[in-house]
Design a protein around this ligand. Structure first.
Ligand code: IMP
Ligand code: MG
Length: 176
């Protein structure tokens, strides 16, 4: 375990098993269709790549980068830093996110992507932290519901660190 991590909340094995199940559900739901996965950078990278490898359907991958966080604090104002390269009009779009916390980022994403006329638009998030919700967002697929703790690892960062940890962990107070 990393020396700054107080507790492993979700182990590597638990992550991989849950992602296998999620990918089965998604492959079933979108059978015979092509799904456009829209990854939200940078937190989505490990989740998206592990999920992608398991999908048994035709896929298309694109990315967006948004910003509202500075350190462990959300600023509440969401901005687009990097936009999609593809046109999603008439496409089945599945947003791939690391964590839904206040819900403000996903609320912004949904509003923004809806204006582009996708055939369908759903959210798949690895983690759901419902106790901090400020905006209601319909989550179609969630890997794990977690308590109100700041977590890192498996793509999630604290000041750009810890994304490489293969598990989801809670940071020690001294590291924050
Ligand atoms: P929201 O807009 O408050 O729902 O936050 C969304 C984004 O904030 C997520 O996509 C994460 O990138 C980041 N975030 C929220 N909670 C955490 C956390 O516990 N650890 C690391 N990043 C987080
Ligand atoms: Mg994110």
């Amino acid at each position: 375990m990393h020396e700054d991590v107080e507790e492993v909340l979700i182990s590597e094995k638990e992550l991989q098993e849950r992602i296998k199940k999620l990918s089965r559900g998604i492959s079933e739901e979108y059978k015979g269709r092509c799904v456009t996965l829209v990854g939200v950078l940078k937190g989505c990278v490990l989740f998206l790549s592990d999920l992608l490898k398991q999908l048994k359907i035709e896929t298309n991958v694109d990315f967006m980068m948004l910003s509202s966080y500075a350190g462990a604090q959300s600023t509440g104002v969401v901005r687009t830093i990097l936009d999609l390269k593809q046109n999603i009009e008439g496409r089945d779009v599945l947003i791939i996110e690391d964590i839904v916390d206040s819900g403000l980022t996903m609320n912004y994403m949904l509003k923004n992507l809806k204006t582009r006329g996708p055939k369908s638009l759903e959210i798949c998030t690895l983690l759901d932290k419902p106790s901090c919700r400020k905006a209601r967002v319909p989550i179609k697929y969630a890997g794990f519901v977690i308590p109100d703790k700041f977590v890192v690892g498996y793509g999630l960062d604290y000041n750009e660190l810890y994304r490489n940890l293969p598990y989801i962990g809670v940071l020690k107070r001294s590291a924050l």
